[in-house]
Design a binder for this molecule. Sequence first.
Ligand SMILES: NC(=O)c1ccc[n+]([C@@H]2O[C@H](COP(=O)([O-])OP(=O)(O)OC[C@H]3O[C@@H](n4cnc5c(N)ncnc54)[C@H](OP(=O)(O)O)[C@@H]3O)[C@@H](O)[C@H]2O)c1
Length: 243
Amino acid sequence: MGGLVIKALLQEGGFAISSKVSSKDNIEIMFHDSDVIIDFSCPLATEAMLRYALANHSHIPIVVGTTGLSNMHHELMEEQSKYAPIFCSPNMSPLVAIFNAVVFFLAKAMNEDFDVEILDSHHGLKKDAPSGTALMLGRTIARARNREFDEVANFIRYGIIEQRKRGEIGFSVQRSGNVVGLHEVSFVGRHEDVKIRHNAHSKEIFAKGAVKAAKWLVKQVCGLYSMDDLIGDTVSQLTRPRG
Ligand SMILES: NC(=O)c1ccc[n+]([C@@H]2O[C@H](COP(=O)([O-])OP(=O)(O)OC[C@H]3O[C@@H](n4cnc5c(N)ncnc54)[C@H](OP(=O)(O)O)[C@@H]3O)[C@@H](O)[C@H]2O)c1
């Protein structure tokens, strides 16, 4: 993703790249001369970056695209967002934020007579499962149904399994080939079903989305933001009455 973000920045124009950090570099260099940091790494590196930012009272806006983050990471981001704008999204495609909103609407419209299943399919090099996007979609459905996500999510089906519980959200994971990222949400009732799918054809959309997020984030006040905020801003700008 790092290489694609650089490509997207160069295509967009108007940016200078202050530093590129991999596992061989010191995280500190990002904080020396940057107006914004874009992070696509791994949970350990994201944690180190956030702890450095907190310890050094950094005011630099940070875009976090890394997935597989835990509650601890979200708490660190919450804390750091008191000092700087922080943007975090497990999927930087703006269209996925709209997909997520449609899933919320469908989950509200269909009661728990409809069984929900979420499929995430990615390339074999992906290190976390289910994907951050699949978890986001699951949390959205739980929120729409006023349920605690941890109580309704089912990640494991193997051997003799209990009967499906009412309201359960089932996750399936496929890791194969070079699938960029496919997510499908199925609402299956007794007499009808609805399936909705997003299929990313190229990782470039995530890089472009992260650059869009960075451009937007530098204009924001301190706080924790997601793609919903950016999309909300864009939608309200487009729909605002003119004249
Ligand atoms: N939010 C989104 O839309 C989105 C989209 C795609 C991917 N992702 C997520 O973004 C992350 C990166 O994906 P990727 O495909 O680019 O993975 P990748 O090819 O494995 O690249 C990870 C990068 O992180 C660097 N890194 C690892 N440990 C580090 C450390 N301790 N300190 C500094 N840098 C470190 C690696 O450096 P080396 O090269 O030296 O190992 C490498 O440059 C994953 O969590 C992935 O799930 C998110």
